[in-house]
Write a protein that binds this ligand. Sequence first.
Ligand SMILES: Cc1cc2nc3c(=O)[nH]c(=O)nc-3n(C[C@H](O)[C@H](O)[C@H](O)COP(=O)(O)O)c2cc1C
Length: 357
Amino acid sequence: MYLTDYPIDNVSISLCIISNVFKIGNLTLNSPLLLAPMAGITDLPYRMTVRPFGCSLAFTEMVSTNSLAYKSKNALQMICSQPEDRPLGVQLLGDDDDSILRSLENLPHNRFDLIDFNAACPVNKVATKGRGAGLLKDPEKLHGILKLIVNNTDLPVTIKIRSGWDSTSVNAAEVAKSAQDAGAKCIFIHGRTRAQKYKGKVDYDHIRVVKKSVSIPVVASGDGLSPYLIKRMFDQTGCDGVAIARGALGNPWLFPETVEYMKTGIVPPRPGIEEVTQTMRKHLLANIEFSGEMFGVIRFRKFYGWYVRGLPARELKIRAFFKNTKDEMMAMIDELYDHVHNLDHTRDLTVYAPITS
Ligand SMILES: Cc1cc2nc3c(=O)[nH]c(=O)nc-3n(C[C@H](O)[C@H](O)[C@H](O)COP(=O)(O)O)c2cc1C
């Protein structure tokens, strides 16, 4: 029986889901809403910006085991954290036993709550070389890699998969069962094939089949762009949690808004421009502290664009992309505040579109 089949009203069901505390190995998550790993995005400043809004688990960007094995500067920066940045999963990308073992040796295990292994990355130079989603073509090899990681860490090991390589080779359920047998404690699934990359719609059926195939928790991702779509993911798949990715870009409010929607059936008003710009300032300062002024500001440019999504601020977004210093970027945030505050119609322009089909 799926959640939608229960003869109780929709809001009560959603309340059950949102209050659902679940465990990944020995790690207890206090909410089923997680922040998905995103390369180039989920660095320490971004995670610390999103955490106060209620994500129950966050991940590092995916880190190549080749780089971590050699302690490259880039890899070491990617696994940076701080005590408040918990619970935290580190996500590894690799395909050879040697670099995986060496990267496990170099990993400060006490900094993390779990190790996630990436078998989902669709990027050509990764997947066509048998890493990331490329491993979906070789479930046996993937099983061996997971066993190797499980045998060499005390942390819970999890896996991120896609539905399959392409529509003719959907094998997520088989891969998930094999991962469970290898000792994985949770399946994270993006319900698209590698061939789809990020296009087309997420396939709820693929996720539902995975959920029915394993006894460990299943956390879904794909099109979690609004409270309506996140609720639909729970309803259609029976998943234990949803990992939010693109929906949270410049929009950490999606976490509390989804909780509210699932508790009451009502999406609360969108944040006012004061709250949005306050969050932007904090995020920018955290970026600068982490990466220095030049790189911190450069890295923040794209976030500026995401924070203003849905606001009448196209021209500001374009100008922000050329700013280089803290003062210049802060001035762009102040200008955004003045611009939208004077218009006084933030909320009308930024409501999520309810699902119509
Ligand atoms: C910019 C970007 C970077 C991503 N990087 C990773 C990654 O490093 N590891 C991973 O497992 N998934 C990665 N993903 C996939 C997301 O975690 C998520 O599964 C996917 O975006 C589907 O969710 P969405 O449709 O809600 O965005 C990335 C997605 C985006 C948009």
